[in-house]
Design a protein around this ligand. Structure first.
Ligand SMILES: [Mn+2]
Length: 333
């Protein structure tokens, strides 16, 4: 695909060109519980704006996961309260929904500034401003890559590494169904532009903390499967987390193991966090069961095959409700 051939979004691209040309200060935000795609895409766009002489700050409400600090400039990412000057441009990446960026901190900025949203999730209400939403894209990073090229940004090794991290992570290392020939095409181009594969693999797919290994073991030991095998679920209790000194971040990337038992169609991972008074829930699915519906039912979001939500309460209260909803989804298809 040639650089300037992105017919699907040519109108949006020219709108964004205009906006960027008028911008002096920007903030770039991603979604809560940030992942490599949200952070990598935000940082890549930050470097792109910097090339254009624009002062930008990358803002996330939630902490950056430890394993993603290897991304260039990840250490400069700020919390909303640290925004020091009014931006004239707000960019949302990997989420096109103001509410996905947190508890509403972004609303005041969106009211006054121009807004750009780049996303590959199912989006309910579009924000004001210019949106590039493509559910067929495997990662927001794919869209950011095309956009940066169209804006005339030079894809430096820093940008390439940020984008590759998003793409590799959202495709599970290029094995999920969302992976397309275009994903490989873009990955190939990024590789040639300076991606460090070993650093990527270690930070995205290995590098688990020892408490993280312990909670994974607990979750595997406590995994249960419905009689017909279609539903698998497991949990990590607050009690066990305390015992092995595991924090919430040590419980990342456990949900995908619920899809390991044979016969499973839908997997659920529950993480109890009594300090926050919430249970964090991750859904996984295959064979066309849409778990974004399930997450949405409980106020969360995500993709058809991977989604999540947080519910106030403890495991004992929450698990039966969520399992019942999951059974309903399985039985109604
Ligand atoms: Mn994403």
């Amino acid at each position: 695909m040639s650089v300037n051939n992105w017919p699907k979004f040519s109108h949006e691209v020219s709108e964004i060109k205009k906006l960027v040309g008028d911008t002096k200060r920007a903030i770039i935000a991603g979604h809560i519980a940030p992942d490599a795609d949200s952070i990598g895409s935000a940082l890549a766009f930050y470097f792109g704006l910097k090339q254009k002489g624009i002062k930008a700050q990358v803002v996330f409400q939630d902490d950056i996961p430890d394993n993603l600090f290897f991304l260039p400039e990840a250490g400069s990412i700020i919390k909303p309260e640290a925004i020091d000057k009014e931006p004239d441009l707000v960019v949302m990446v990997d989420c096109a929904n103001q509410s996905r960026t947190g508890d509403g901190w972004i609303d005041q900025y969106c009211e006054k500034a121009s807004v750009i949203a780049i996303d590959h999730h199912l989006v309910g209400k579009m924000p004001k401003g210019v949106t590039i939403v493509d559910e067929k894209a495997a990662a927001a990073a794919e869209l950011i890559y095309r956009l940066l090229l169209n804006l005339g940004v030079e894809i430096t090794p820093q940008i390439a590494n940020c984008l590759y991290a998003g793409l590799a992570s959202d495709t599970g290392g290029f094995i999920y169904n969302n992976t397309t020939s275009e994903s490989f095409e873009i990955a190939g181009e990024l590789l040639d532009l300076g991606v460090d594969m070993e650093t990527m693999r270690i930070n995205l797919f290995e590098n688990r903390s020892m408490p993280g290994v312990a909670v994974l073991g607990f979750a595997l030991m406590n995994m249960r499967q419905s009689e017909d095998k279609s539903l698998t679920w497991t949990f990590v209790s607050d009690e066990f987390k305390a015992k092995v000194r595991a924090k919430s971040k040590d419980c990342d990337n456990i949900a995908s193991y619920t899809m390991f038992p044979n016969g499973v169609k839908l997997g659920i991972f529950f993480e109890e966090d009594l300090e926050e008074g919430k249970v964090k829930i991750s859904f996984r699915s295959r064979l066309g069961y849409d778990v974004s519906l399930l997450a949405a039912e409980f106020g969360g979001g995500g993709h058809a095959m991977a989604s999540g939500c947080r519910i106030r309460g403890n495991l004992k209260e929450i698990m039966p409700k969520v399992l019942a909803a999951a059974n309903k989804l399985l039985n109604n298809k």
